[in-house]
Design a protein around this ligand. Structure first.
Ligand code: SAH
Ligand code: SF4
Length: 344
């Protein structure tokens, strides 16, 4: 019999699992706290659970974990973790310190199926979905070394292409008996899978970020194939309908690519597109990578774009590229170590 990995279970499912084994449901909360607040690695550590029941759990269930295979530190403080999974594939997580707070960027899939033209992760295709346990274990592993204040699903993969793994993970991260993160501190980023946006909103409470990246269907079709299925009009309607945590806005991510979407006309169209959606804009200057012909915009066009949005009272930040020296920046994750020695 294969053991149940209890890190795949939300509190609700853990309660059902425990009562299925003939125990009181409230034991589930105790076990949940051991897993996510005390970082227990074995059932034996759970001293407020009877020895007999620990033995039952030991026999039927397991507590999985991820150990970083490699950690690379950037000159700017960003740290990139490489995790080897059971089947030999690998994913990456990136810890980004900023003004005393740490944001952890986690992966939801090995690779990605969406094939955005500017994204390195996308060029490898989708290998497989991560399990809920593999998603939360990225957080467990990094938390052993550094406090984690914020979580963004912006690593490898399209989280909305793996809702079965992601929704339970969000629940565990935001559960008051689990990781105890505020729902305002967890953000799921999507390239724009419209029906799944609604499903995410029904399944859990979480912040949403949308990789908009273009202001016309013509350009978006060209760089994000998903747009041919769900064009801008449908995407923006889904944004408007999304049930955000209170006092929150949708984050519109906008990767700026030289001579493609970086003009003042784009800035004007962007303001019009998002005018009736509570949102803020994250400008991300394109991070260049080998094998991709796109170029990062000039500082001048970034500044012009940024200033136009500000003048129109749009909340905007231009994301400084972090961790570029260790290939940890947006769109540079490929789940492999940089083999500088091989290139020599
Ligand atoms: N699949 C999800 C989340 C992961 S991608 C999504 O697309 O939203 C996280 C962000 O990195 C997205 O906003 C994407 O547009 C951006 N990105 C991808 N490649 C990039 C690159 N080369 N330079 C800058 N940003 C990039
Ligand atoms: Fe996938 Fe997001 Fe990269 Fe597009 S930008 S290929 S959706 S990871």
């Amino acid at each position: 019999m294969e053991k149940t990995d209890i890190k795949n279970l939300t509190l609700q499912y853990l309660e059902a699992y425990i009562s299925g084994l003939g125990k009181e449901r409230f034991r589930a909360k105790q076990i949940f706290k051991w897993l996510y607040q005390m970082d227990a690695m074995s059932f034996d550590e759970m001293t407020n659970v009877s020895k007999e029941f620990r033995a039952v759990l030991q026999e039927r269930a397991e507590i999985s974990n991820l150990i970083p295979e490699a950690v690379e530190a950037s000159a700017d403080g960003t740290r990139k973790y490489l995790f080897r999974l059971k089947d030999g594939s690998a994913v990456e997580s990136v810890l980004i310190p900023d003004e005393g707070r740490n944001t952890l960027c986690i992966s939801s899939q090995v690779g990605c199926a969406m094939q955005c033209a500017f994204c390195l992760t996308g060029t490898f295709g989708l290998e497989r979905n991560l399990t809920t346990a593999e998603i939360v274990n990225q957080v467990c592993a990094v938390k052993r070394e550094h406090p984690v204040n914020n979580i963004v699903f912006m690593g490898m993969g399209e989280p909305l292409h793996n809702l079965a793994g992601v929704i339970p993970a969000v629940k565990i991260l935001t559960d008051p008996d689990g990781f105890q993160l505020s729902t305002r501190k967890v953000t799921v980023s999507t390239s724009g899978l419209v029906p799944e946006m609604a499903e995410l909103g029904r399944g859990c409470t979480v912040n949403l970020a949308v990789s908009l990246n273009a202001t016309t269907d013509e350009v978006r079709d060209q760089i994000m194939p998903i747009n041919r299925r769900y064009p801008l009009k449908e995407l923006l309607a889904a944004c408007k309908a999304f049930p955000l945590p209170s006092r929150r806005w949708i984050t519109m991510e906008y990767v700026m690519i030289r001579d493609l979407n970086d003009t003042l006309e784009d800035a004007k169209r962007l303001v019009r597109l998002i005018s009736n959606i509570p949102s803020k804009v994250n400008l991300i200057p394109f991070n260049e990578h080998e094998g991709c012909g796109f170029k990062t915009p000039t500082q001048e066009s970034i500044d012009r774009f940024h200033k136009y949005l500000l003048d129109k009272n749009v909340t905007v930040i231009t994301r400084s590229s972090r961790g570029g020296d260790i290939s940890a920046a947006c769109g540079q994750l490929k789940g492999k170590l940089d083999r500088k020695d091989e290139a020599d």
